[in-house]
Ligand binder design. Structure first.
Ligand SMILES: *[C@@H]1O[C@H](CO)[C@@H](O)[C@H](O)[C@H]1NC(C)=O
Ligand SMILES: *[C@@H]1O[C@H](CO)[C@@H](O)[C@H](O)[C@H]1NC(C)=O
Ligand SMILES: *[C@@H]1O[C@H](CO)[C@@H](O)[C@H](O)[C@H]1NC(C)=O
Ligand SMILES: *[C@@H]1O[C@H](CO)[C@@H](O)[C@H](O)[C@H]1NC(C)=O
Length: 252
């Protein structure tokens, strides 16, 4: 009954309210104080990803962003400038979800334990994780921010943001077939809008009402929406268990 009412409410909202997507644009500096810029070294190359601070010494990101060496920058707006607000912290341990599958990108979630605590400031703070019971309804408009590509050939060194609408699971099931699992993933981005998460923004959070509900995971190479996000509420016990147990282990 409640679900029906919510759906009805959503249908009655004018399209401009319910489904409005504002194109990607530069974010107001430090309006995403939990955003982390990751520089990652793998055996072949260095790459960048996004992530977000969930505890003074833990950043959450995507498992496919893993590398043998990772540096985290917090408090940045322009990552190629030396800003007073920036904090640079190397990663002590990168813990991928044990069920992460690099051929299907299932369970694409990773916790990064920082070498030292971040100093919490106006420009560096943590983002709230969802409560298990919170559902992200299709039609919900959320935000993604990143330092990734803002167009096919255009990169940026300043943080950009975009608003995206959560889709029904069936949209991603028809596009991604059995690579989409509605129990652990979210389907995000209206296919009728030429908007999506940016290239190179993997690992960044999908933020709905100041709560991290998703992690940018994968999508079609052409940048088309909808795209697939890791559903954070399905991994809460792994996140909590890992953050509880890791600090108790002796450093390597
Ligand atoms: C991390 O930062 C250190 C110190 O600035 C630097 O020597 C190293 O190359 C960086 N590693 C990566 C993967 O960016
Ligand atoms: C936090 O602040 C202390 C004291 O100012 C400083 O020594 C330390 O380097 C800071 N940590 C980071 C990660 O910037
Ligand atoms: C996936 O993991 C397997 C086993 O660890 C590894 O051999 C392979 O290179 C990985 N593939 C990619 C694309 O990272
Ligand atoms: C992107 O840049 C490459 C190399 O400069 C070029 O070959 C390609 O056509 C460009 N793609 C687009 C969509 O502009």
């Amino acid at each position: 009954m409640q679900l029906f009412f919510l759906l009805l409410t959503f249908r009655l909202l004018p399209r401009a309210e319910a489904g409005k997507i504002i194109g990607g644009h530069e974010a107001k500096p430090h309006s995403y104080p939990y955003m982390a810029f990751l520089q990652i070294k793998t055996s072949e190359k260095t790459k960048i990803c996004g992530g977000f601070l969930v505890h003074e010494d833990f950043v959450l990101s995507a498992a496919h962003c893993w590398g043998s060496k990772i540096n985290v920058t917090l408090g940045a707006h322009n990552v190629n400038k030396k800003e007073r607000t920036q904090q640079h912290i190397p990663v002590r341990r990168a813990i991928r979800h044990p069920a992460y599958d690099n051929s299907t990108t299932a369970n694409d979630i990773m916790l990064l334990q920082l070498m030292r605590n971040a100093n919490l400031t106006a420009e560096v703070s943590t983002l709230q994780l969802p409560r298990r019971t919170m559902l992200v309804m299709p039609g919900r408009v959320c935000r993604v921010a990143s330092w990734g590509r803002i167009q096919v050939n255009k990169s940026t060194d300043r943080l950009h943001e975009v608003e995206l609408e959560v889709q029904w699971d069936k949209e991603c099931i028809s596009l991604y077939k059995d690579h989409y699992n509605s129990a652990t993933q979210l389907c995000v981005g209206d296919p009728r809008e030429m908007k999506s998460s940016f290239k190179g923004d993997s690992g960044g959070p999908l933020v709905c009402n100041n709560v991290a509900q998703g992690i940018v995971s994968f999508g079609k190479k052409n940048g088309r929406s909808p795209r697939v996000y890791t559903k954070i509420s399905s991994f809460l016990s792994w996140i909590k268990e890992t953050m509880r147990s890791i600090p108790l282990q002796r450093p390597d």
